[in-house]
Design a protein around this ligand. Structure first.
Ligand SMILES: [Ca+2]
Length: 473
């Protein structure tokens, strides 16, 4: 009896092993790699594929030609930290109660006699939130964060405690110099230490170095599915680039007057070259067909470095220049190359999209605000959503204009809190947001205000308050 039982158990074991064998052999194939390339402060039109005559981005253009480009992609915030929190959690910054960027002083700056006091909300993503890294790690991904973090500046909230197996160079709040040498500059109090990165040689460029680290990781992990969050410190200020490249763009500026900074253009070219190196490595390792790539920015370009025309203003503003971002998604064999999508999408959507892609059409995770873009990536024209909202009650260093914005269809409304002003634009006729229709269309203003209020109540952010020391009119 015992013998029969033993034979039966062994046979069952063999049968199960045989059945599982093909799956274990091809397990990798069921899970594509995910490479998320995030550029800091790269403007919507700061790429040659987007029509710029000045900036040169042949490698990113190639990426674009192999994937889908979004013309109406938005960051959830006009500045860095909250947008990054949105990317990593799929939740809107208002919902996360994390609506302003992490500052060196640990609190939001605002004028002593300004009209509002910004909310004292979080400057981190809490450990109770499930980041995309945690979700992917749970289903067998090797996870790595390389570069800027900016969603928690104490160790407790670093990438290694948020689902990343490895954290390279993601540390404090700010953006370091792009060269090694000035790291020790005592005049720059915001210069972060670079975690888990041995010292570079003087003159080594950070974008190059982070790419080296990325390539090293991919080589080491070519046999496992990986999720890489590659978050370049470029092209954020300080503007610094190799002298030879800067000269090239200075010369170009003699005839091309469309832009303002040769250094910024050189930084973009360095980013582009490094993306080319990374794509080349994926090719060489035979991983290209098995790797999903996202390419985007965390907010609009800063007007200190670039001209966002035809969009109004830039980083820090609720105008389109501050929140419209470049976005390309590539997935060989699944997303048709050289395609364009004009539907509105937002950084909240990336998390559910990635989960949807790697889990073969499973449902989106719950309690998040984003919705999966997968139907768009597969050629559908629209999502079941017609409005997006931004709650940004902060005095950004660039704009000093706290407020909120809502876009529904072609209409966009901004209500500024200080000074109080309502603006309504029709983006279809007026992408530069120059003609305020608020007075001539009070019905639309009322309707959009109401929709925003309902949305805000649902998000339940920490709210700003009126400043009792306000000295305005
Ligand atoms: Ca940024």
């Amino acid at each position: 009896m015992e013998l029969i039982k033993s034979i039966l158990v062994k046979s069952a074991f063999c049968l199960i092993s045989l059945l599982l064998f093909p799956f274990s052999l091809f397990a990798k194939k069921t899970k594509p790699n995910v490479l998320f390339i995030l550029i800091d402060d790269l403007g919507w039109i700061d790429l040659s594929y987007a029509g710029s005559s000045f900036y040169e981005t042949p490698n990113i253009d190639r990426l674009r030609s192999q994937g889908m480009m979004f013309t109406n992609a938005y960051s959830a915030c006009p500045v860095s930290s909250p947008s990054r929190a949105s990317i990593l959690t799929g939740k809107n910054p208002a919902h996360l109660q994390f609506t302003g960027h992490i500052t060196a002083i640990g609190r939001h700056r605002y004028p002593a006699h300004g009209r509002i006091i910004p909310p004292k909300d979080k400057m981190y993503v809490g450990l109770e939130e499930v980041m995309i890294s945690e979700a992917l790690k749970e289903i067998g991904y090797k996870t790595i964060s390389i570069g800027k973090w900016h969603v928690g500046n104490v160790e407790k909230y670093f990438p290694e405690n948020q689902g990343f197996d490895i954290n390279i160079a993601g540390y404090e709040h700010g953006s370091p110099s792009t060269y090694w040498a000035p790291y020790s500059n005592p005049d720059l109090d915001w210069n972060p230490k670079i975690k888990n990165l041995s010292d570079g040689v003087p003159g080594e460029y950070l974008t190059d170095r982070l790419t080296d680290e990325a390539i090293g990781f991919i080589r080491d992990n070519r046999d496992k599915p990986f999720f890489m969050y590659l978050s370049h410190y470029a092209v954020h200020t300080p503007l610094e680039a190799p002298t030879g490249l800067v000269r090239k763009y200075e010369k170009k500026m003699l005839t091309d007057k469309s832009q303002k900074s040769a250094v910024y253009a050189a930084m973009i070219e360095v980013v582009d070259k490094n993306i080319g190196r990374l794509l080349g490595e994926l090719d060489a390792l035979g991983l290209t067909d098995d790797t999903i790539i996202f390419f985007c920015s965390d907010n609009g370009g800063t007007t200190e470095a670039t001209i966002n025309t035809p969009l109004r203003e830039g980083k820090g503003f609720l105008y389109e220049g501050g929140i419209r971002i470049p976005l390309v998604v590539k997935w060989p064999g699944k997303i048709a190359g050289n395609t364009t999508c004009d539907e509105m999408v937002i950084t909240d959507d990336f998390y559910p999209t990635i989960i949807n892609m790697v889990k073969n059409g499973s449902k989106s995770p719950e309690d998040i605000d984003g919705i999966s873009m997968l139907p768009l990536l597969k050629g559908k024209k629209s999502l079941k959503r017609d409005m997006l909202c931004w709650y940004y009650p902060h005095y950004s260093p660039q704009a000093q204009m706290p407020g909120y914005a809502i876009r529904k269809g072609d209409f966009k409304m901004i209500e500024h809190y200080d000074p109080v002003k309502v603006e309504l634009f029709n983006l279809k006729d007026d992408p530069a947001e120059m003609r305020n229709l608020a007075e001539s269309n009070p019905g639309k203003v009322k309707e959009m205000k109401k929709m925003f209020d309902i949305w805000l109540k649902k998000m339940n952010p920490v709210m700003h308050t009126l400043n009792p020391d306000y000295e305005g009119k």
